[in-house]
Design a binder for this molecule. Structure first.
Ligand code: PLP
Length: 393
């Protein structure tokens, strides 16, 4: 019999070629560390793309998933189920929202939000979003995504999507009118390079939308679930959207997405207008409730503390290395922009046992688990310090 292929060989041989993977297969994890097949430990500054909010091997999350899996995994939305009811109640109590729609991912949450906004007012269909934004890969969310290179080859894009520069109130004002169903915006652009808008930008969008009769949608798929120090970032801004999309960290690694909406916006959905086979399934909802339990039990506090520490360390790093253009971000969503491509640096960091992310060409994105400790942040920053130092010589 032929030797079985390795994990990497089998993946490269049998899966679609749409990912540029790093040559590591992780097999287990604990806290902010991942372990590869040979047992080598890696410090996680990435949390599986801002997803593993409670880190790896979290006992409460693992127990909640195991118990729910042994009790009831799926029933469909033709019936009621307790984990979904409890999670919806909790999200509504904790946020501006009156109603929740559950789905399975960030892109699905944005599809649902776009559909909700369009159906809210049949005279309006345009969605205004920002260049450099990322809203997902399904066609509606992709059309809203302000990165033409990601749309290449998939056209024609659905119509009715208008892009304006991020953090530009005047350009948005010029684009918003009586055809605008909603302005869709990330409170901090994540994938597009960790771009933090000027103070007042999101409040200005709120005002613009109110004046034009359009809805304001915050895509908090990346900024949400504690990543910026509060459950959702809008809480820190004094600006409340009509609709908010969330996913990534919500299930701590278990797939779940949700649309949070005011009563008025949610009224667009009536029986039959939208749906999801897996959405609101008991297993995903139980996982998300376990994540919210842990956030309340101290993880949110830790995220705030560690996020501030990370910010200080990155500022010092930016002062030290001339090749750093800027260190920016908020909480545990941070980016270091360099004057050069960052993938080689991220590869070097990986070889030294640190998982970080290269995004937008020249940005190193740092999005650790929310349970990361300040000593672990120091350890990772020391590695980045060496990697950046070597690259600049
Ligand atoms: N919206 C934002 C802000 C994101 O960062 C992402 C993913 O990176 C998405 C939407 C899409 O989420 P998903 O990959 O779960 O579909």
């Amino acid at each position: 019999m032929a030797e079985p292929l390795s994990i990497i060989e089998a993946t490269d041989r049998y899966t679609a070629r749409n990912y540029a993977r790093y040559p590591v297969a992780f097999v287990s994890g604990r806290g902010s560390r991942l372990f590869d097949e040979k047992g080598r430990a890696y410090l996680d500054f990435f949390s599986g793309l801002a997803v593993s909010s409670l880190g790896h091997g979290h006992t409460g999350l693992a127990r909640a998933i195991a118990e729910q899996a042994a009790t009831l995994i799926h029933t469909s939305n033709l019936y009621y189920n307790e984990p979904a009811a409890r999670l919806a109640e909790r999200l509504v109590r904790r946020t501006f929202a009156d109603r929740v729609f559950f789905c399975n991912s960030g892109t699905e949450a944005n599809e649902a939000a776009i559909k909700m906004a369009r159906r809210s007012d049949p005279r309006r269909h345009e969605i205004v979003s920002a260049y450099r934004s990322f809203h997902g890969r399904t066609l509606g969310a992709l059309a809203a995504t302000g990165q033409p290179d990601l749309q290449e080859g998939f056209g024609p894009m659905p119509g009715g999507f208008v892009h304006v520069p991020y953090d530009d109130v005047d350009a948005t004002r010029a684009a918003v009118g009586n055809r605008t169903a909603a302005v869709l915006v990330e409170p901090i652009i994540g994938e597009g390079g960790v771009l933090v808008p000027a103070a007042g930008y999101l409040a200005a969008l709120r005002k613009l939308c109110d004046e034009a009769g359009a809805l304001l949608i915050f895509d908090e798929v990346q900024t949400g679930v504690g990543r910026t120090g509060t459950l959702y970032m809008y809480e820190q801004l004094g600006v409340t959207p009509d609709i908010l999309t969330t996913a990534k960290g919500l299930g701590g690694g278990f797939p779940i997405g949700a649309v949070l909406a005011t009563e008025k916006a949610a009224a667009a959905f009536v029986p039959g207008s939208h749906g999801s086979t897996f959405g609101a399934n008991p297993l995903a909802c139980a996982a998300a409730s376990a994540v919210l339990d842990a956030l309340d039990a101290g993880v949110l506090e830790n995220a705030k503390r560690s996020g501030e520490h990370l910010g200080k360390r990155l500022e010092a790093l930016a002062k030290k290395h001339a090749c750093i253009v800027e260190a920016r971000g908020h909480g545990l969503l941070r980016g270091i922009e360099l004057d050069r491509p960052t993938r080689p640096l991220v590869e070097n960091a990986l070889e030294r046992g640190l998982i970080a992310n290269a995004t937008a060409g020249n940005v190193i994105r740092i999005i650790p688990p929310l349970v990361i400790q300040t000593a672990e942040i120091d350890e990772g920053i020391d590695i980045l310090d060496r990697v950046i130092g070597e690259a600049s010589t």
